[in-house]
Design a protein around this ligand. Structure first.
Ligand SMILES: Cc1cc2nc3c(=O)[nH]c(=O)nc-3n(C[C@H](O)[C@H](O)[C@H](O)COP(=O)(O)OP(=O)(O)OC[C@H]3O[C@@H](n4cnc5c(N)ncnc54)[C@H](O)[C@@H]3O)c2cc1C
Length: 430
């Protein structure tokens, strides 16, 4: 059984200054009121192009983001790799609003896919499909209404970009993951990802889909994917997450007067998440697993399912993953026991990653338990280091005292030897 409370292993790479920064951040973002105000201010700053670098860069950005570009992330990648934790570079643009922006984003994502070829410490790439086209095109393609010729053309471009990223992943020999986002876009994204898996996943999982297990239709969809894998003789790659847009989905469903796509309780989401992991381990010859969670109980369950099935900790088709800046106690302790662990490492300019950062703070304040846990761990580690430092000081003092005593003894010894010699000479003379 792994000790996920071992803070020495969890924070080995963090300096005292970094830990204090993290402690300050988490104590701030556990207060929903502050997060609410920060969120509103940041959104306003984004809207009116107010510079926020001075406030965000040394705090939130430094804690949750790897750098502005791929190159700047390398120091974090190499640092984590020393402790056997690998990285997935995630270009964190949430949505592009113009054709030029979409093209730019696509080029950057492609760079990140190609980049995996050069680095053994970056075993996957990832992208958000909403960055490859407009929301309206994805929403239309996901609904049952017919698209106009212009929309159809835009959707075809989306598919070409999607395909080109998957082809690049195949060339790189490293899988690419397709993030899941809002329910209203997901049908088109699912169909596109299935087509890519049929095309590229013949020998191994090149393309990974994402299943948000807070959706009550996802266990059924998992069974559909297993049938698809058997039918086409392919390997399905699946990233499992609980889902990041709970409140938004419920609100949209209420406004649009359709049934909520997400479970009514956390317990149901948890049950579905763990069941999906169990089914996937049972079918591990057909499913490659990427378990994205900060939930310790689910990780323990996955480890138990693996052990029951006789799979080794470092089973090459099973990965555990957390976001950079969160739950290091899970990542580094699991990696120490030989499990395959990767951190999602976001990168991008502040104005691009700000929405991601706002979501992280909102998520952390919404899951008070998680933030509380993070804080306890940070405090525990700072305390442990302080105690260690004090003990070191104490033992240094002790050894100084000892050596002083020793040298005093030495002086006395030498003096008495001298005295002895003198008295011998006197005796001989007499
Ligand atoms: C590596 C990685 C990749 C990710 N990629 C994606 C992605 O592509 N798409 C995406 O949407 N998210 C993604 N996420 C975020 C993820 O979906 C969760 O929001 C986040 O990880 C918190 O869930 P948890 O499993 O870590 O832990 P927990 O704290 O145990 O679970 C919190 C989650 O439980 C669910 N939940 C909470 N309350 C309720 C309730 N009352 N009823 C029903 N369900 C509830 C919600 O999904 C909530 O986020 C990713 C996370 C990680 C670590």
């Amino acid at each position: 059984m792994i000790d996920f409370n071992n803070t020495e292993v969890a924070f080995k790479l963090k300096s005292n200054k970094e830990l204090k920064n993290a402690k300050f951040l988490f104590s701030l973002i556990r207060r929903p009121f502050i997060v609410h105000i920060l969120g509103r201010l940041s959104r306003l700053a984004l809207k009116i192009h107010l510079p926020v670098d001075w406030a965000v860069k040394p705090t939130l950005y430094r804690h949750f983001v790897g750098g502005e570009n791929i190159k700047q992330c390398f120091h974090v990648v190499h640092r984590m790799a020393k402790k056997h934790v690998k990285s997935v570079l995630d270009f964190s643009v949430e949505a592009a609003d113009s054709e030029t922006a979409i093209k730019q984003t696509f080029r950057e994502i492609k760079r990140s896919v190609v980049n995996t070829r050069l680095h053994s410490d970056i075993p996957f790439s990832v992208f958000k499909p909403t960055a490859l086209t407009t929301h309206s095109v994805l929403a239309k393609a996901s609904s049952h209404t017919t698209m106009t010729p212009a929309e159809q053309m835009a959707f075809n471009s989306f598919m070409q970009r999607f395909d080109s990223l998957c082809a690049e992943a195949q060339r790189a020999g490293k899988p690419v993951m397709v993030d899941a986002e809002d329910y209203c876009f997901q049908r088109a994204i699912d169909r596109a990802t299935e087509a890519m898996m049929i095309k590229y996943n013949k020998k191994t999982a090149v393309v990974y889909t994402t299943l948000q297990m807070y959706r009550h239709d996802r266990l059924k969809y998992l069974k559909y994917l297993i049938d698809l894998a058997n039918k086409h003789n392919i390997i399905i790659g699946i990233k499992y997450v609980r889902g990041a847009y709970l409140e938004k989905e419920r609100r949209r469903a209420k406004e649009g007067k359709y049934p909520s796509p997400v479970y009514a309780s956390k317990a149901e989401t948890d049950k579905a998440f763990d069941e999906a992991l169990q089914i996937s381990v049972e079918n591990h010859s057909r499913i490659h697993i990427f378990c994205g969670t900060h939930n310790e109980a689910s990780i323990v369950k996955l480890m138990e399912y693996m052990a029951e099935k006789g799979l080794p900790n470092n089973c090459p088709t099973i990965y555990i993953s957390q976001l950079y800046g969160m739950s290091d106690n899970l990542s580094f302790n699991a990696a120490k026991e030989g499990y395959n662990v990767v951190k999602y490492l976001p990168y991008g300019k502040i104005e691009h990653v700000l929405p991601y950062l706002i979501r992280r703070t909102e998520e952390n304040s919404a899951i008070a338990g998680q933030t509380g846990r993070e804080l306890i761990m940070l405090k525990q580690e700072l305390k442990r280091r302080k105690k260690k430092k004090e003990l070191k000081k104490e033992s240094k003092k002790e050894s100084k005292k000892e050596s002083k005593k020793e040298s005093k003894k030495e002086i006395v010894n030498r003096k008495s030897k001298k005295e002895n010699r003198k008295s011998k000479i006197v005796n001989r003379k007499s």
